[in-house]
Design a protein around this ligand. Structure first.
Ligand code: GLC
Ligand code: GLC
Length: 818
């Protein structure tokens, strides 16, 4: 079915069986501060916290050949040079296998009876990655081979690699000790950190100058040192510092040897940066104490095994908080493993570093990271709490938010600025999710200054109220929220009027005084009101709860009055007051976002308006590959609409299938009780289902991609931009809460499934507020929705809510639909 690989569900691994996948299929290493991106051919790079300012190894994005730089292991066996990960020599292998697992990747290759397997992972609590190697001789004779481990350094501002590399050509330095190569730049002045690449066994040679190892006119596919069979002990002075270790290994028949490399990052206090003495005139030696600690902690195979076992336990723990036992393989593997894994990746990366995001341009997105939290609060409550406060701290005292902030400084990114009027409203959703999960209402009183007023003395609750207030203070002629630079659809830029190549559609133009309005924000506001009223109730502020619900009702009315087109919700009004997303438009007649948010905002639930909107989605936007963002595609540039009309039809926001917003329709269908459609839409974008058409789809079948090309494009069904997308968090919300129906609330756990009628039943195990709920859902009558009986530890209860405190440590729940 899929010629490139398969799911090993038991091991929680995706197994890639040939190296020439349609695109590099990547994984992430690291869970805390040190991260790496690794492809199935060991391409990629590592960094400490910030892929721009603390990148250790070099990666050439968007280059030819693709994915050519990374964690390179070369074997020289007689006259044959090969890589266990196939690239870059591309010597044919006798066998190859890559296993992407939870925070680790294992790549094994075999050639001429020598097998090399390397497991790459970042031990918990460390800021380094381990390359754990096993080298075995499968032949009947003694073999002597050489192994080279290689990285290319770049511990400088990664942006400079494109814009100011003339400087780097003179700043990069190295220091070499037996088995260890150190790399520094700017260390004598402004940096207090260094990188290291260490071998656990004695080496027989090294290089640190790229030209010496690779050759000026050679390539990674045939580096000179490997071809000639030895390193030359070069020392890099500027130019291109690298770390290359040569290890000569003799193996008896059947013998296996094990060794490891450590590739890592270390920091020194400013007053202890240097050791005594100079490496050479004008280069003081680094204080290596922090590295020595790591080396001691990871000295032998036993300590590597322990670290790996800890990582496995960490993931097993995280993935035991929400688990489903169900006879649907796609649901099972996505919910139990890959969807939650991807949620963790988006928590760590936001939209910064992937195979499609350079790690340079984008920090932590305000709307993105708030939404990402929805998928991880149950696994990482403490980090979620910190993230909420970090995000809120980038809100300004006028209610606007920095659209992005830099992870190292946690300061808002002033080049991008603010004025994306949906941004403030994602915070109430995320805070609600966090409090529902944890019960920690105290976070509301946590002090959290405004970005422009460090002494404001404000609390998180102040930020929430300011966010709601900001929307209410910025309404347009139809009493709908003003859109600002853009709402969730970053490319609907109704105030930019951009005609200058290269300028950012998001930042161009003046949003002051414009009347462009967003129906999507209106729906989002209504949901935010619901969340705020829950939050107010939880802290005993009943009056405030009533007031916020009244605002919600007024907004719903505004959507009904000014945001309804007859068969669906309008999308917006442009700066001239013209409708967008209306049957009266030539192109862009119906958009997905306002249908999802209209319904989720509770507009028209009683009188069929909501149902009608979703039926229009089904008729006009749904395809077997997912739901198109809008139709008909824009065939020309509309200066008053911005970037959305800049893309060729079928791509990105111009009628691509943007998977993130598909999840809102899944939720909306479930809200209205249509479990068959909710699940049909779920499957339409489900990565593991894409194995059936992988040569068209091309991206990783284990994680969501941001986009699939729509039917208007020349390449329908082709995915782009895997991994860093809000689809991850929202898919998890859609399946775990709306479809499987297990939702944390402030009052307890709600059990209210909405499933396809032909599902017979399933079991969800959910850890929540100190208890483990084992929830058996049975569907004997073939319905989608409706809890007929809910029995909690043997006691029948009314309704769908299991109140907090009900039941023992393990709560056995029987839920019968009918
Ligand atoms: C570099 C800079 C230039 C400077 C010169 C000497 O060439 O681009 O601005 O004058 O170095 O420092
Ligand atoms: C990208 C952005 C996100 C935006 C979406 C739709 O995924 O990261 O902020 O909402 O595109 O334009």
């Amino acid at each position: 079915m899929n010629p490139y690989g398969y799911f090993d569900d038991e091991a929680r691994e995706y197994v890639i069986t040939r190296p020439d996948t349609p695109l590099p299929w990547i994984n992430y290493l690291g869970a805390e501060d040190f991260f790496g991106i690794i492809s199935n051919c060991a391409g990629g790079y590592s960094f400490y916290r910030d892929a721009r300012m603390r990148r250790l190894t070099r990666y050439r994005y968007n280059s030819v050949p693709l994915d050519s730089n990374g964690r390179l292991l070369y074997i020289r066996d007689g006259e044959t040079c090969w890589n266990p990960s196939w690239r870059p020599t591309r010597t044919d292998l006798d066998s190859y296998e890559c296993r992407h697992g939870m925070g680790y990747t294992r790549i094994a290759g075999q050639k001429n009876s020598v097998s090399v397997s390397s497991t790459f992972f970042v031990p918990l609590g460390q800021t380094c990655e381990v390359w754990d190697l096993r080298i075995a001789n499968m032949s009947a004779h003694t073999k002597t081979i050489q192994l080279y481990g290689f990285v290319e350094w770049c511990l400088w501002d990664a942006m400079d690699d494109a814009s100011n590399f003339q400087r780097n050509y003179s700043t990069g330095q190295v220091e070499v000790e037996p088995q260890v190569i150190y790399h520094v730049t700017e260390y004598r002045e402004r940096r207090n950190h260094f990188a290291y690449f260490a071998s656990s066994v004695p080496t027989s040679g090294f290089d640190t100058d790229r030209n010496a190892f690779v050759g000026l006119y050679d390539g990674y596919n045939r580096p000179r040192a490997v071809a000639q069979g030895h390193c030359s002990g070069s020392i890099a002075h500027g130019w291109h510092p690298v770390g290359a270790h040569q290890i000569d290994i003799t193996l008896e028949p059947g013998q296996e040897k094990r060794l490891h490399f450590l590739l890592g990052y270390a920091e020194n206090p400013d007053d202890r940066k240097f050791a005594a003495g100079e490496v050479r005139p004008g280069q003081q030696a680094i204080n290596k104490a922090p590295f020595e600690l790591v080396r001691a902690a990871l000295a032998d195979s036993a300590s590597i095994d322990r670290a790996f076992a800890e990582l496995k336990d960490y993931w097993a723990g995280l993935l035991s908080i929400y688990a489903v036992d169900i006879d649907e393989p796609h649901v099972s593997r996505m919910v139990n493993t890959w969807n939650q894994y991807q949620c963790m990746v988006t928590l760590n990366m936001s939209r910064s570093a992937s195979y499609f995001e350079s790690g340079i341009g984008r920090g932590m997105g305000y709307r993105d990271s708030n939404q990402d939290l929805l998928g991880v609060v149950h696994m990482q409550p403490a980090r979620a709490r910190q993230r909420l406060l970090d995000l809120a701290a980038t809100q300004l005292s006028d209610g606007t938010c920095f659209h992005q902030y830099q992870p190292l400084t946690k300061k808002g990114n002033s080049e991008v600025g603010g004025g994306f009027n949906d941004d403030p409203l994602w915070l109430p959703l995320a805070v609600y999710a966090y409090i529902a999960e944890t019960g920690d209402t105290e976070i509301l009183a946590a002090s959290c200054a405004y970005a422009d007023k460090p002494d404001s003395g404000s609390t998180l609750l102040d930020h929430l109220e300011l966010s709601m207030d900001y929307t209410l203070r910025n309404l347009g002629p139809h009493a709908l929220p003003l859109i600002g630079h853009a709402d969730w659809n970053d490319c609907l830029n109704l105030n930019c009027f951009s005609t200058t190549p290269g300028e950012s559609f998001q930042c161009a133009g003046d949003i002051g005084g414009s009347n462009a309005e967003s129906v999507m924000i209106a729906g989002l506001f209504c949901m935010a009101c619901d969340k705020m009223s829950g939050i107010y109730d939880a802290i005993g502020r009943r009056v405030a709860a009533v007031i916020v619900l009244a605002s919600r009702d007024r907004m719903r009315q505004a959507v009904r009055d000014g945001g309804w087109d007859g068969d669906w919700f309008l999308r917006a009004y442009d700066a001239y007051g013209h409708k967008i997303g209306s049957a009266s438009c030539d192109e862009g007649q119906i958009f997905i976002e306002s249908q999802g948010w209209g319904v989720l905002g509770g507009v028209g639930l009683e009188d069929g308006q909501a149902r009608k909107a979703l039926d229009s989605v089904n008729e006009r936007l749904a395809t077997p590959n997912g739901i198109i963002l809008q139709q008909p595609a824009y065939s020309k540039y509309h200066v008053e609409l911005g970037e959305v009309t800049s893309y060729p039809p079928g791509y990105k926001e111009n009628a691509g299938i943007f998977t993130h917003n598909n999840t809102w329709i899944q939720c909306a269908e479930a809200l209205l009780g249509n479990g068959d459609r909710a699940y049909e839409y779920y499957l339409a974008i489900c990565p593991s289902k894409k194995e059936e058409q992988i040569d068209t789809y091309r991206c990783e079948p284990y994680v969501y991609s941001q986009m699939t090309a729509g039917p208007d494009s020349p390449t329908p069904g082709e995915a782009k931009n895997a991994f860093l997308t809000g689809t991850a968090a929202w898919s998890f919300v859609a399946i775990a809460q709306y479809i499987l129906g297990v939702t944390p609330t402030l009052e307890g756990l709600r059990i209210d499934p909405c499933i396809p009628r032909d599902w017979k039943g399933y079991r969800v195990t959910r850890k929540f507020r100190g208890k483990t709920y084992v929830i058996d859902v049975a569907n004997p009558n073939g319905v989608s929705r409706g809890v007929k009986k809910l029995v909690v530890d043997g006691r029948a209860i009314d309704g769908t809510l299991i109140p907090l405190g009900e039941g023992g440590e393990t709560v056995n729940v029987a839920c019968e639909l009918g």
